[in-house]
Design a protein around this ligand. Structure first.
Ligand SMILES: Cc1cc2nc3c(=O)[nH]c(=O)nc-3n(C[C@H](O)[C@H](O)[C@H](O)COP(=O)(O)OP(=O)(O)OC[C@H]3O[C@@H](n4cnc5c(N)ncnc54)[C@H](O)[C@@H]3O)c2cc1C
Length: 487
């Protein structure tokens, strides 16, 4: 039997970070990983998708600048882009990540882990050997999520792409159908269209990026269409046919139509990887998301030993939010292990996650980019806040106009009128992703709007949007215009 202070199940970014945190607090830790250390993010999600997107984005931006445009004589080199993607996915070799985990002093255990009652994990190694690990203090489930496919006739046999093939494919399909309208669908539609595929997006609802302010999806849809993507709204797939797994795929649409393509990517949501991790041995339901408190401790399990960090708890399915949770959970586990019932923030660090609920940051890449933090107007109103939406056209900001000819974009800050602080911000336009952190600092710091006048943006940068938003806020306040909601 191997005894550790903490056992981490799953070595995605949150699992790795949690291990590092508890090691730094002097605890022993074993990290169990069934596939590749680094998780979905490193090999089939964030890294390869952004590596696919950056060359087309740079090219599209250069095409929008007179003087630079004239220097562009060729097309994107798809093979070179895919090769660069392979390098960013470390050629699907996790030895670098395993070395890093070991460098923290953690033990790395390759194999499929299953909880076997409180504080026990049985690992089935690739050699078929079973190894029992026991935790003195905590087991952290960091097993992430996987693509959720709709229950459609013919779909499993049709072998559709999920995010794995959508980020890892080695050849560009001639015609690609992309089902979905969220961030994964948007980014991969943009990337594969730029790489040479004819992409058709089938979106069930009426807009893209439904979790962001509506204008973000509108600008992104316009950008996709300009890039050549056929974006169709209000279309559901009712069935799929692919008699020859190597041949064309036919999507039967609810409106009676069909779409024939060489490949179909389903970006239709995520489900938790909890179906085969032994949850039933501690009274939890296999296959379910794991609800947690703000210290990332699983609720509904007695004792203080079970934590769930990253996608698996369903709070915010993003790498940086999972790593944030890992820092919080690491501090909480360390504090409790060292005997603290009252968690001592000064000693162990912050141990209550709030940003993954109140200040989630997200960027959707492409041209334009969409970047958001915190609450939309609709979300703020659902929480009962009396807010004012302050809007400004980014195409009227001098730094933006310099950034690209015919710059199109939009910004909104959502201000809590009672407290005079920002609760959310959304930017859409080329190059806006780097604006986001300024908004995050304002939201998390609860900086009074009036104080933001003293954060002077450099001229001429896109950040001058802050001045324009503040002027719009001031003019609205002077005019006394009560504009609760989206007004
Ligand atoms: C196409 C795409 C693009 C994305 N882009 C971004 C982005 O740009 N930025 C961003 O912040 N987020 C992005 N995300 C989201 C991001 O990938 C996830 O939020 C992140 O990977 C979650 O980390 P995780 O560790 O919770 O899960 P995962 O990364 O899925 O890692 C879980 C790990 O646990 C292992 N595991 C599972 N079960 C077991 C078991 N029983 N025993 C041992 N090991 C096990 C798995 O093999 C895996 O390595 C993207 C997602 C997709 C699909």
């Amino acid at each position: 039997m191997d005894l550790y202070d903490v056992i981490v199940l799953g070595a995605g970014p949150p699992g790795e970070n949690l291990a590092e945190r508890v090691r730094a607090a002097g605890l022993s830790v074993a990290v169990v990983e069934s596939e590749l250390a680094g998780g979905e993010c490193s090999y089939w999600a964030c890294m390869p998708s952004k590596a696919l997107l950056r060359p087309p984005t740079a090219l599209a931006e250069a095409r929008r600048l007179a003087g630079a445009r004239e220097a562009l004589t060729g097309d994107l080199d798809a093979a070179a882009v895919l090769g660069r993607r392979d390098a960013f996915a470390a050629h699907w070799d996790d030895s670098g990540q395993v070395d890093w985990i070991r460098s923290t002093g953690a033990e790395f255990v390759r194999g499929h882990g299953r909880i076997d009652g409180p504080c026990r994990v049985i690992v089935e190694t690739p050699a078929g050997v079973q190894r029992l690990l026991t935790a003195r203090h905590a087991v952290a489930v960091c097993t992430g999520s996987t693509a959720a496919l709709p229950d459609l006739p013919g779909l499993p046999e049709a072998l559709p792409w999920t995010n794995r093939e959508g980020t890892g494919a080695r050849e560009v399909p001639g015609r690609l159908a992309v089902v979905g309208g969220g961030p994964v669908a948007v980014e991969l539609a943009y990337a594969w269209q730029a790489l040479g595929a004819d992409v058709t997006m089938l979106v069930r609802g009426g807009r893209l990026l439904e979790r962001m302010e509506p204008f973000a999806g509108e600008h992104v849809a316009e950008g996709l269409r300009e890039a050549g993507v056929d974006v169709r709204f209000g279309v559901s797939v009712g069935g799929v046919r692919r008699p020859d797994p190597e041949g064309e795929i036919t999507l039967e649409l609810d409106d009676g139509g069909q779409l024939v393509a060489n490949q179909a990517l389903f970006a239709t949501g995520r489900r938790p990887r909890t179906d085969d991790i032994g949850l039933e041995t501690v009274g939890l339901e296999p296959g379910a998301w794991l609800p947690v408190d703000d210290t990332l401790r699983v609720t509904g399990v007695s004792g203080d030993w079970l934590y769930a960090v990253g996608d698996v708890n369903h709070r915010a399915l993003l790498t940086h939010q999972g790593k944030y949770q890992a820092r919080i959970a690491g501090a909480a586990i360390a504090a409790r292990a060292h005997g603290g019932t009252e968690l001592d923030t000064a000693r162990w660090g912050a141990h209550q996650a709030t940003a993954d609920r109140d200040a989630v940051t997200q960027v959707v890449f492409g041209v334009p980019e969409a970047a958001a933090v915190g609450l939309t107007v609709a979300e703020a109103e659902e929480r009962g806040l009396r807010v004012r939406a302050v809007d400004f056209d980014l195409g009227r900001v001098s730094g933006a106009v310099l950034f690209a000819d015919d710059y199109r974009g939009h910004a909104r800050m959502v201000v809590d009128r009672e407290r005079g602080v920002l609760v959310g911000a959304t930017f859409v336009g080329p190059g806006v992703s780097e604006l986001l952190h300024s908004a995050s600092v304002a939201v998390v710091g609860e900086v009074p709007v009036e104080r933001l006048w003293h954060a002077v943006p450099a001229y001429p940068t896109i950040s001058e949007i802050w001045l324009r938003l503040l002027e719009t806020w001031r003019d609205g306040e002077d005019g006394g215009g009560e504009s609760g909601g989206a007004g």
